[in-house]
Design a protein. Structure first.
Length: 200
């Protein structure tokens, strides 16, 4: 009887340890995601701050995006991806097979040496009449993403959905993609500023 009690006690202690470890990992994940979301928000806002109207609309070529178009692409993507996460990805099945490490995913997303074509739903269409309106909606969407990460009870590692370029990503990684996507295109904004003919 004593032996059974000891075994049961050990099993309970192990289960508690696993639960605590999982909770710690979840909190670490969420803190890292919030930090990255805040950092990339500030980088984007800094990149467009002080840009003149001529600079905002400048295009280095007919097939190149202006800063205004890149900013719109960032703002459209912000709310769209979170919406997909909340309505579709949280009902997706559990992850299977290998997935890219978080750090590698961020590195690949932000690597501007590999070009990508935006899907039609995320292409700029002059949705916002002013930069101020775009910035306001971007900040609102980013605030919503951060608040959701902080408060959701969902296990963001328990569901995964495929990305056309990066393969299977769990929901936590889809959140990192939101931030990494804005970082990638903030770098594109900085590239526009270096183009020949960019207004002074």
């Amino acid at each position: 009887m004593k032996a059974i009690s000891t075994v049961a006690l050990c099993a309970a202690a192990l289960a508690l340890s696993v639960t605590v470890d999982a909770q710690d990992k979840t909190q670490t994940d969420r803190a890292a995601a919030v930090k990255y979301l805040e950092e990339t928000r500030q980088a984007f806002l800094t990149a467009i701050d002080g840009v003149s109207e001529a600079q905002w609309k400048f295009k280095a070529g007919p097939d190149r995006w202006s800063i205004a178009e890149v900013a719109e692409h960032i703002a459209i993507s912000e709310g769209t991806i979170l919406g997909l996460i909340q309505t579709q990805m949280l009902t997706a099945p559990a992850p299977t097979g290998e997935r890219m490490a978080d750090e590698k995913l961020i590195a690949v997303i932000t690597d501007r040496s590999k070009k990508a074509t935006a899907p039609e739903m995320l292409k700029p269409v002059n949705k916002w009449a002013t930069r101020e309106a775009l910035t306001k909606d971007f900040n609102t969407a980013r605030d919503r993403t951060i608040e959701w990460i902080k408060t959701t009870k969902e296990d963001l590692r328990a569901h995964a959905a495929p990305h056309p370029a990066f393969g299977s990503l769990d929901v936590h990684q889809w959140v990192l993609l939101v931030a990494g996507h804005s970082a990638r295109h903030t770098a594109q904004i900085e590239e526009v500023k270096t183009q020949n003919g960019y207004p002074k």
